[in-house]
Ligand binder design. Structure first.
Ligand SMILES: NC(=O)c1ccc[n+]([C@@H]2O[C@H](COP(=O)([O-])OP(=O)(O)OC[C@H]3O[C@@H](n4cnc5c(N)ncnc54)[C@H](OP(=O)(O)O)[C@@H]3O)[C@@H](O)[C@H]2O)c1
Length: 168
């Protein structure tokens, strides 16, 4: 299982329920890497998707503790255990945890790789991702080349979890 996230210089990821900065190239990268796979997403982040709808061309697993929550085109997991169990038939490198903060936090220890779009700059943020540069469990596997969009510098980096938890 992988995680995919876009962070600013402070590892900020969200503000007022949406992303503080959106880069078109990052959206394309996200679409490309997750297409045909499975995404695990929190109910609050789903609400920020266009029309509040699940993503096309992907198996969507929405996390919610609400036993009555249903949505067309997606499955619902009511716990971390259930989310992981639902993906047991999928190839693990085709499963992506796509946020938000609470879902990232709980599933990060189970992920083998993190695809991190590092955006240089400090944006207003009220939700943060764990700083993987400071985490003893994670190491930078690949530093992406610097890229630019409208003067904003960013890179596609990959981190590796040295000791991913196995769910048994
Ligand atoms: N920068 C990025 O790459 C990126 C990516 C995604 C999201 N974001 C940002 O992250 C922010 C949203 O994060 P968030 O933490 O507020 O919300 P979230 O993680 O998207 O969703 C939280 C919801 O998920 C459900 N949930 C969480 N843990 C669960 C568990 N163990 N079992 C069952 N359900 C569980 C609950 O839904 P119920 O309330 O229905 O029970 C909870 O309210 C937004 O600002 C968004 O833009 C950023």
């Amino acid at each position: 299982m992988n995680i995919i996230v876009a962070v600013d210089s402070n590892w900020g990821i969200g503000y007022n329920g949406t992303q503080p900065v959106v880069l078109p190239e990052d959206r394309s990268f996200f679409r490309k890497i997750t297409s045909g796979g499975t995404v695990i997403v929190g109910r609050r982040t789903l609400a920020d998707f266009p029309g509040g709808r699940p993503l096309k061309n992907r198996r969507n697993i929405i996390m919610s503790i609400d036993p009555d929550f249903t949505i067309e085109g997606a499955e619902v997991a009511h716990s971390v255990e259930e989310a992981i169990a639902l993906t047991s038939g999928d190839r693990s490198n085709r499963v992506f945890v796509i946020g938000g903060a609470r879902v990232y936090e709980q599933l990060l220890p189970y992920c083998e790789r993190a695809f991190v779009t590092r955006i240089r700059g400090e944006y207003d943020a009220d939700t943060f991702f764990e700083n993987l540069d400071l985490s003893p469990n994670w190491e930078l596997q690949k530093k992406g080349a610097p890229r630019f969009h409208d003067g904003v510098e960013y890179s596609f980096d990959v981190y590796r979890n040295k000791h991913p938890l196995r769910f048994t």
